[in-house]
Design a binder for this molecule. Structure first.
Ligand code: UDP
Length: 474
């Protein structure tokens, strides 16, 4: 029987890597003839990514998923470039020789072991498009695994056209943008922050231009959630788009949580709370909150008087680092806050977000609006209030609030470092979020059901995955 091999490479971020590993599981479950190799970029600044990979390696012995660590390469110096996206794109590019070698070795070993095994696809992500060159050199079909919304995919695909129309830089733009994947004109205030940094725009454009060179685009969304956007990107100029989501790791970091005892403490505390009464606050794997913003959130929670779990992270310090847990919560929170709220709230560091969202005590989520967080919250039918911080989160928030009516607005255009959400805004957002008659809550519950149906046998995403498999094994 012919067997099929697929190779993935991704930027080393929890929000990119975890869904790819999950997708690999889906692919194998759907067709056991597949085996998957995931090329891991070495980045010591992200120990959490390494903890996750180690846990996958420990549990993947019985599956057909292999992890290959690439040789380390030097990080681009932050002096040469100004944007994080520029650094990531260049960092990825520097891996090309190692990736080529790793794939060549893989093919050689596999053909020694099993002459009936074919390498049928090399999957790259949003910012590793330089790997298309490697795929071309080795003559392997290249696919894009797009870990964001279909609206944002449409935005990226439209960028080369937009570029010819722009008379100013994006940072100076003062008119709304008409983008086919969006129903409404997009205000410049919700464009991704990194795109507004000096060379950020050109790196976005450089990556976006190459998407059409791939053989197909796999996207972690589902057609019931983004019908307009998916329709708009299904044109003859764009490779076939396969919406296969929501692909989620529903065990979450419960299995590889860096502090197991803390995880259990949080879950026990939630067990004691009444259903749907707790607000959960979490700002992603890279979203730290500091100084006066921490205090405003704390005062806002006290004003609202709600039960809460707050995953509070300190902004990352190292280049490419993830946000860290605070060494001392007392120092960053207002005086006496922890004592005053000890009966109604918990402040903690890294949490297993999906385990918390799955808990019956949770009634609302204040989130930085990373795409995985949105999909996880929709899956569990938990309404979200928007607090975008970095990456493409502002445009995600715009989509969920203005386009789809699936979220409560705290801010759409929050910019880290230059903005402050005051305590009374936090209080207002929480009150609206926890209003059980809110229309958003009902819509989120309906979308939750649709997300589950999409993943079932013959659901829209399942059908799309089967179509992708057919294309791969042709
Ligand atoms: N996450 C978590 N605990 C935390 C912070 C984040 O489990 O304290 C998980 C979250 O469930 C999600 C991922 O990390 O799966 C973050 O991905 P997302 O796309 O939401 O945001 P990113 O961190 O990539 O900006």
């Amino acid at each position: 029987m012919t067997k099929f091999e697929v190779v993935f490479i991704t930027t080393p971020a929890i929000g990119q890597l975890v869904p790819i590993v999950e997708f690999a599981h889906h692919l194998i479950n759907c067709d056991p003839r597949f085996s998957i190799t995931i090329l891991i970029v070495t980045l010591p600044q992200r120990p959490l990514v390494n903890t996750y990979v180690q846990s996958c390696v420990a549990t993947s012995a019985s599956t057909n998923i292999n992890f290959v660590h690439l040789l380390p390469v030097e990080l681009p110096s932050p002096d040469q470039l100004q944007s994080s996206i520029g650094c990531i794109s260049l960092f990825a590019e520097r891996h090309k020789p190692h990736v080529k070698q790793a794939i060549t070795n893989l093919v050689a070993t596999e053909s020694d072991l099993d002459s009936d095994r074919r390498l049928v696809g090399f999957f790259i992500d949003l910012f590793t498009t330089s790997m298309i060159d490697v795929a071309n050199e080795l003559d392997i079909p290249c696919y894009l695994y797009f870990q964001s919304t279909a609206e944002f995919l449409g935005f990226m695909l439209h960028l080369p056209v937009l570029d010819t129309q722009l008379t100013t830089g994006l940072a100076e733009l003062d008119t709304e943008l008409v983008i086919p994947s969006f129903v409404n004109p997009v205000p410049p205030s919700v464009l991704p922050s990194v795109m507004l940094e000096k060379d950020g725009y050109s790196f976005f454009l450089q990556n976006a231009r190459r998407y059409v060179e791939t053989k197909g685009i796999i996207i972690n969304t589902f057609s019931e959630l983004e019908p307009h956007a998916l329709n708009s990107v299904s044109t003859s100029q764009v490779p076939p788009v396969y919406p296969i989501g929501p692909v989620l790791d529903l065990t979450g970091s419960a299995q590889w949580h860096p502090d197991r005892a803390q995880h259990e403490r949080i879950m026990r505390w939630l067990d004691d709370q009444p259903p749907s009464t707790v607000v959960f606050l979490c700002f992603g794997s890279m979203g730290g909150v500091s100084g006066s913003q921490v205090r405003e959130i704390a005062f806002g929670l006290e004003l609202a008087g709600v039960r809460f779990v707050w995953a509070l992270h300190e902004p990352h310090k190292a280049q490419f680092g993830l946000s860290d847990d605070y060494m001392s919560l007392e120092k960053v929170l207002p005086n006496g806050f922890l004592e005053r709220t000890s009966k109604i709230g918990l402040v903690c560091g890294w949490v297993s977000q999906v385990s918390i969202l799955a808990h019956k005590a949770i009634g609302g989520f204040i989130s930085h609006y990373g795409w995985n967080s949105i999909l996880e919250s929709l899956w569990y039918g938990i309404p979200i209030a928007t607090w975008p911080i970095y990456a493409e989160q502002q445009i995600n928030a715009f989509q969920m609030v203005k386009e789809l009516g699936l979220a409560i607005e705290i801010r759409l255009d929050y910019r880290e470092g230059s903005d402050l959400v005051l305590a009374n805004e936090v209080e207002r957002g929480i009150n609206c979020l926890m209003d059980y008659d809110n229309e958003v809550r009902k819509k989120v519950k309906e979308m939750s059901k649709k997300s589950r149906v999409a993943m079932m046998e013959n659901g829209s995403s399942y059908v799309s995955l089967r179509a992708l498999i057919q294309e791969l094994v042709l």
